[in-house]
Ligand binder design. Structure first.
Ligand code: HEM
Length: 484
């Protein structure tokens, strides 16, 4: 097991040239894009290069390349030791690098550079992040009861559909549930009481797809039409015009409904209009897209782990809830297996797999085996699923080990990076860690708790979704056995 805490601390490791090449201008980037999406696929792309260069740090082009990204060259990090350089804001800058080598037009965000695109050295980042941390904190009493209410409706629908159709698509009902939850959390009313109804989820889907398309494939065309998939998604950016009227509808809906949040923005020195565009991004990009990926992934891994784990979770959850008299912040803390299962899901399949940052100065970073020099201005890219499945930190890294983070296992939490920071660290107005770190963990735990209060076991089938995460189908759902 490794004990390093910083990827930029001085060390005695040999200083090596970063291996790898960008190939010919333009053509090298197209070749890497085709390898990434079609010839090899994401994991094999990184695996093959890491083997070829015998290094977890190397140079490559990252998708999408021409013509969407003007410079696709990155230094790629694949191990748990080098990865945290991306969190060290004394060494790296996070200016406009949310999606890496490209960014969608600012029209998608009302003409504003939204918090997620700002570097903490920019005063606007501090005020927006403080605003977000505050609106999350002041709503914390609503989290559990509101989410329980949304889950109750969600589980009833899953149960009803599976009875009729013998299987049910988890993702589409999950999307609606997540949207309803966020709307009620931030706007204090059910979206079905507004003109948009629950259609907001679909509008956000379209808005997200147009921005994230350069990072995915349609996944529906036969292989011989890959060139069409490539041309459609990876060569030219989609114009905002395609989603303008939908975005305006969302804007109006939140502007009229999120009155108390927009009032609060004034005390952080943020104009109402800018606050509302930032809120839309927080709701649609950060929260909706995040939970749209995470919850199916959680259900997939727990489902595939099988009945033995389900029985253990049922035992832990029902015993604690009975003893504590309900689902509360404190009862959730007393469920070590449930907590570990959530961490393990976020380790094995981090919902946001790509992280980027630009070197602020010439610097030396290190992996397990060597030190490498990075020049000021170079773009550093971390592929998180490899860093959190580093075989020199985690035993059986490819295996879903439900109790990995129980007891002594908690020492490994510092190598869990899903929130854009170590699990042992916390978001602040001056770092780039996800301000909803605790909320995301809480919701994931409540999802499991409510699920196993209601069901004894279930079966799933899963396949990769188009851009991120998995599409999950529930094949069976066994309600809690009633004791006579
Ligand atoms: C599964 C759910 C979520 C995941 C996996 C996730 C992950 C992340 C990651 C990786 C980043 C850093 C992105 C980067 O700079 O490279 C981030 C930032 C951020 N997240 Fe989350 N997040 C989730 C949910 C949420 C929720 C529920 C909210 C708000 C309620 C939220 C708000 C934000 C904001 C505002 C930032 C930008 C922080 C900054 O600029 O300092 N996220 N999140």
């Amino acid at each position: 097991m490794h004990s390093e805490s910083s990827s930029s601390e001085p060390s005695n490791l040999p200083l090596k040239q970063i291996p790898g090449s960008y190939g010919l201008p333009f053509f090298g980037a197209i070749r890497d894009r085709w390898d990434f999406f079609y010839n090899e696929g994401k994991d094999k792309f990184f695996d093959d290069r890491s083997r070829k260069y015998q290094s977890t740090v190397f140079r490559t082009n990252m998708a999408p390349g021409p013509f969407i990204a003007s410079d696709p060259r990155v230094v790629c990090l694949l191990d748990a030791v080098s990865f945290p350089i991306l969190f060290d804001l004394s060494k790296v800058k996070k200016h406009n690098v949310l999606l890496g080598t490209f960014r969608p037009s600012w029209s998608f965000t009302g003409g504003y550079r939204i918090c997620s695109y700002l570097d903490p050295s920019e005063p606007k980042h501090t005020s927006l992040k403080s605003f977000f941390l505050s609106i999350i904190a002041t709503r914390h009493n609503k989290f559990i009861p509101l989410f329980q209410d949304c889950l109750d409706e969600f589980f009833s629908k899953l149960q009803a559909q599976i009875q009729i159709q013998k299987q049910v698509d988890f993702n589409s009902l999950n999307d609606k549930m997540v949207y309803n939850f966020i709307f009620r959390l931030f706007c204090d009313k059910d979206p079905r009481e507004t003109n948009l109804g629950s259609d907001g989820a679909k509008l956000f889907d379209k808005w997200l797809f147009l921005q994230l398309a350069p990072l995915g494939t349609l996944g529906i065309l036969p292989k011989f039409l890959n060139f069409l998939d490539d041309l459609l998604l990876h060569v030219f950016p989609f114009p905002f015009l395609l989603v303008k009227s939908d975005y305006n509808k969302l804007y109006d809906s939140f502007y009229n409904s999120a009155v108390s949040i927009l009032d609060e923005a004034a005390s952080f020195g943020i104009k109402r209009d800018e606050a509302c565009h930032n809120l839309l991004f927080l709701v649609g990009f950060n929260t909706y897209a995040g939970l749209k990926v995470l919850f199916p992934s959680l259900i997939k891994w727990v489902g595939l782990a099988g009945e033995k784990l389900h029985q253990q979770l049922v035992d832990e959850i029902r015993t604690v809830v009975n003893a504590e008299g309900g689902v509360t912040f404190s009862s959730l803390e007393k469920m070590p297996l449930t907590k570990s299962v959530v961490y393990e899901t976020l380790r094995i399949e981090p919902s946001v797999p790509y992280q980027y940052a630009r070197a602020k100065e010439d610097m030396v970073i290190r992996s397990h085996d060597a030190a490498f020099e990075i020049k000021k201005g170079e773009l550093i890219f971390g592929y998180q699923p490899f860093a959190t499945k580093d075989p020199r930190v985690f035993e059986n890294p490819e295996e879903f080990v439900p109790n990995r983070f129980v007891g002594e296992g908690k020492k490994l939490l510092k190598y869990v990076y899903w929130s854009n920071g170590r699990e042992t660290e916390n978001p602040t107005p001056v770092n780039k860690q996800c301000p909803a770190k605790d909320l995301v963990l809480l919701l994931s735990r409540v999802l499991l708790v409510e699920f196993f209060l209601r069901f004894d076991t279930f079966r799933v089938e899963a396949k990769p979704a188009a851009i991120l995460g998995s599409s999950v189908t529930l094949k069976s759902l066994t309600p809690k056995a009633t004791t006579t």
